[in-house]
Ligand binder design. Structure first.
Ligand SMILES: Cc1ncc(COP(=O)(O)O)c(C=O)c1O
Length: 399
């Protein structure tokens, strides 16, 4: 019932009919996570532009929009094109844009779209970057909305000081083709340990807020619509909403969070860092929606089991997968204690098991992953399953 990696027939039983390994996406968990975030945004008065790079899946993007996403976020010009092809109206490129061909395409295709539901924003963090945009837009009558990106020392892109922010913003404000629409940042990669919140996060978010006030006080932000203030991945969006939500300003703003990975959540990095899992108790709770099914191939030593999956099938940039259990004859995922995935080759996994554990060749394991982006990357199509593991559709990762 699988025709190529990941593609499954409707109605197929993923505990019986597939070639393994197989990654499956649990629809009830996905929907419950999407609904939880939609409720949160409505309650906090923030807009949501989910990051499309998590799944790169048209079907997942459609679900985000159905749950009320205000815009979609992209990381690269190719992802912007993919969202445009899907008919997404508001697209936030959470990145600088410097290549001539991409800027020309934005000018010709994106900025020509009429209507209130159409919009495109990208970042600037330097005068050189602003000049690249201006060169690409020269000779057109287009005006491009840009967000000043504010970073932090040791971080990625983004200005490092208030003086630099002011200089870049002044340059943008004096340009013909650029309009300063707000301020952006990203807190999700700030260094931390385990479940701890990054020590620098409060100061960084406060800095984003004071930059908005500074630029506004200098008359550098376009005032025809409330400025955009955007930050927020899936680890600390609660802190972003507190520090940068509408109540944090004494003038109207549009606070936009860009969380993407919360949609599938995971058993690793987001389990540790999400406010709706390891980092805090209480509701709502996110549910990991991705599950890898893999069979036992061999038990060459009493405590060594070789399972049929490897780094071609699962992300390995954070932690290795965790064994959730083994499917028993009544299709129940029965937990098995003391089993760890210790290393992977391309297509083999090395599991350490207690010597007295009954585990046989051909047994089917359910595994949880860390970092959804890398999981979606490895599967061109992923069966969407109901609570009984029956295929209700496929999501493709070809945005
Ligand atoms: C700039 C930017 N914004 C938003 C996000 C989304 O965060 P998350 O993947 O935690 O949902 C990312 C993810 O890497 C990002 O790099």
């Amino acid at each position: 019932m699988t025709s190529s990696k990941g593609v499954a027939d409707l109605g197929a039983d993923t505990l019986r009919d597939l070639d393994y390994p197989a990654l499956v996406l649990h629809e009830d968990a996905l929907e419950s996570n999407l609904a939880a975030m939609a409720d949160f945004c409505a309650g906090a008065g923030v807009l949501h532009a989910p990051h499309a790079k998590t799944s790169l899946s048209p079907q997942v993007v459609e679900r985000h929009l159905r749950h009320g996403a205000w815009a979609m976020t992209a990381a690269t010009p190719a992802q912007v094109r993919g969202l445009h092809r899907l008919g997404v109206g508001r697209i936030l490129l959470a990145n600088v844009l410097v290549d001539d061909a991409s800027i020309r395409w934005v000018a010709d295709d994106l900025l020509s779209r009429p209507g209130e539901d159409a919009g495109f924003w990208c970042y600037v963090d330097s005068i050189a970057g602003a000049e690249a945009l201006e060169r690409g837009l020269a000779g057109t009558d287009r005006v491009l909305d840009v967000l000043l990106e504010v970073g932090y020392v040791g971080g990625r892109t983004g200005t490092r000081t208030a003086e630099e922010s002011l200089r870049v913003a002044q340059h943008v404000a004096s340009s013909t083709h650029l309009r300063l629409a707000g301020v952006s940042g990203f807190e999700g990669l700030m260094p931390t340990k385990g479940h701890d919140v990054p020590p620098g996060i409060d100061a960084y978010l406060a800095n984003l807020g004071s930059t908005v006030r500074l630029l506004r006080d200098h008359g550098l932000i376009d005032e025809s619509v409330p400025p955009i203030v955007t930050a927020g991945g899936s680890s600390y969006f609660d802190l972003v909403a507190d520090a940068l939500g509408p109540r944090a300003f004494d003038f109207p703003v549009r606070t936009v969070i860009r969380s993407g990975c919360y949609a599938t959540h995971d058993h690793g990095t987001y389990r540790r860092t999400s406010p709706w899992d390891g980092r805090a108790s209480g509701a709502p709770r996110l549910r990991p929606a991705l599950e890898l099914l893999a069979s036992i191939w061999s038990r060459p030593e009493p405590t060594l089991v070789i399972a049929g999956f490897g780094r071609r099938d699962v992300p390995t940039d954070d932690t290795l997968p965790v064994v959730l259990g083994r499917y028993d004859a009544s299709r129940r995922l029965a937990p098995i204690d003391g089993v760890t995935v210790d290393r992977v080759n391309d297509q083999h996994a090395f599991l350490t098991v207690p010597a007295d554990l009954e585990l046989s060749v051909g047994d089917l394991l359910g595994l949880g992953l860390s970092h959804p982006c890398g999981a979606f990357d490895r599967w061109p199509s992923i069966p969407l399953v109901d609570a009984d593991h029956i295929v209700m559709g496929n999501v493709t990762t070809d945005l």
